[in-house]
Design a protein around this ligand. Structure first.
Ligand SMILES: CC(C)(COP(=O)(O)OP(=O)(O)OC[C@H]1O[C@@H](n2cnc3c(N)ncnc32)[C@H](O)[C@@H]1OP(=O)(O)O)[C@@H](O)C(=O)NCCC(=O)NCCS
Length: 333
């Protein structure tokens, strides 16, 4: 069987217009800018309009148009959409199908949603890579798009300060340019025994939302932050080491670490565990908070756009999320 190389051909991002600062949150719950910034590194986050135009697939449309342009591709060149989100537009149809229509794709491309929480985009990139390597797909649109503001309990200060809305997209495609760009190694994993640390059990088949849930706000996301913190740093470091070893490279070779943006202290601790210089770590959590599946593609896109990440650089994606899911990708951009 022929084996193809894949690479990231283009990226895009979109964040909603409305900005919610820590000062704004001070008026909503008993918190303050100093507590939020020192504990999390977050200054502000973007929040989707509920009037329309900024639903997860709308944000994905805007970011996908940019990514396709950067990749020099037309919508009908896409033969698969992988849409990572825990806040899809609707239960049915999946968001990938909605995006297919919004993009004007008429080639009946495959369209699949990925529910892997904050690791969803990295799951998507790694699955796209496997599909491309085997020849099952040629150009895959990988989306991370979230409207977490819908699922956050705005009366719970331990959780509402952490999250934001936004979208990042990458076109992963077969490398036919004979350049050095390539996805080199990847890992995906999960530890379902940690599910209780970050979950939203109400609203599924087992326990539908009732008026009582709405009154008590028990249908929202709930998290044990301290437990997540410990699991995150350990898992992020282990996965990074795994992909480096598989590619027969060293952590010193890494030009850029693009980690999931959940908490700046998690990112700094992971960087230290790996011995990666802080200047090589992409951090933008101050502007966006935790946008779940969208953090890695937004951070990656921004760093390409402002000239930090260049073609040929060795880039490491490293993500962790509810599930508990995790994944890492090592690539030559
Ligand atoms: C959530 C998180 C910021 C909390 O930070 P922490 O240092 O663990 O803080 P604690 O939860 O121990 O709370 C310390 C105190 O601050 C209080 N507090 C909690 N939220 C607060 C807020 N927004 N403002 C002010 N005080 C707050 C707590 O009530 C507690 O008070 P007490 O000591 O009187 O009981 C941190 O645990 C975290 O970021 N965890 C990882 C989250 C994560 O990664 N989630 C997603 C992974 S994909």
């Amino acid at each position: 069987m022929e084996f193809y190389k894949s690479k990231i051909k283009g990226t895009g991002m979109y964040v909603p217009e409305k900005v919610l600062t820590n000062a704004d949150l001070e008026k909503m719950v008993d918190t303050n800018d100093e507590w939020i910034y020192t504990r999390t590194g977050i200054r502000e986050r973007h929040i989707c309009s509920t009037e329309g135009g900024e639903w997860p697939t709308d944000m994905a449309l805007k970011a996908s148009v940019q990514a396709l342009e950067a990749a020099n591709l037309e919508p009908n060149d896409i033969d698969m959409i992988l849409f990572a989100s825990v806040t899809p537009d609707a239960k049915l149809p999946n968001s990938a199908c909605i995006l297919q229509v919004k993009l004007g794709i008429t080639n009946n491309c495959a369209a699949l949603d990925i529910a892997a929480a904050c690791s969803g985009f990295v799951y998507g990139v790694n699955l796209a890579n496997s599909m491309i390597q085997t020849g099952a797909a040629k150009n895959v649109l990988v989306v991370g798009s979230e409207m977490l503001s819908r699922e956050v309990n705005w009366e719970d200060r331990s959780i509402c300060i952490l999250f934001g809305d936004g979208c990042g997209v990458a076109v992963v495609g077969r490398n036919e340019d004979s350049d050095q760009s390539e996805i080199l190694s990847s890992t995906l994993g999960a530890d379902g025994t940690g599910a209780e640390f970050f979950d939203q059990p109400v609203g599924g088949a087992v326990e539908p939302i009732t008026p009582e849930h709405i009154e008590k706000r028990t249908h929202m996301m709930q998290m044990k932050g301290g437990e997540m913190f410990k699991m995150a740093t350990r898992t992020l470091a282990n996965n990074a080491k795994k992909v480096i070893k598989e590619a027969e490279l060293t952590l010193k070779d890494v030009d850029w670490l693009v980690p999931h943006q959940a908490n700046v202290r998690i990112i700094e601790t992971t960087g230290k565990l790996l011995g990666i210089d802080s200047e090589k770590v992409i951090i933008n959590i101050d502007k966006y908070g935790n946008t779940s599946a969208a953090t890695v593609p937004i951070a990656f896109h921004e760093a390409i756009h402002d000239g930090r990440i260049k073609r040929g650089d060795l880039v490491l994606f490293d993500a962790f999320g509810a599930g508990l899911t995790s994944g890492a990708t090592l690539l030559r951009y």
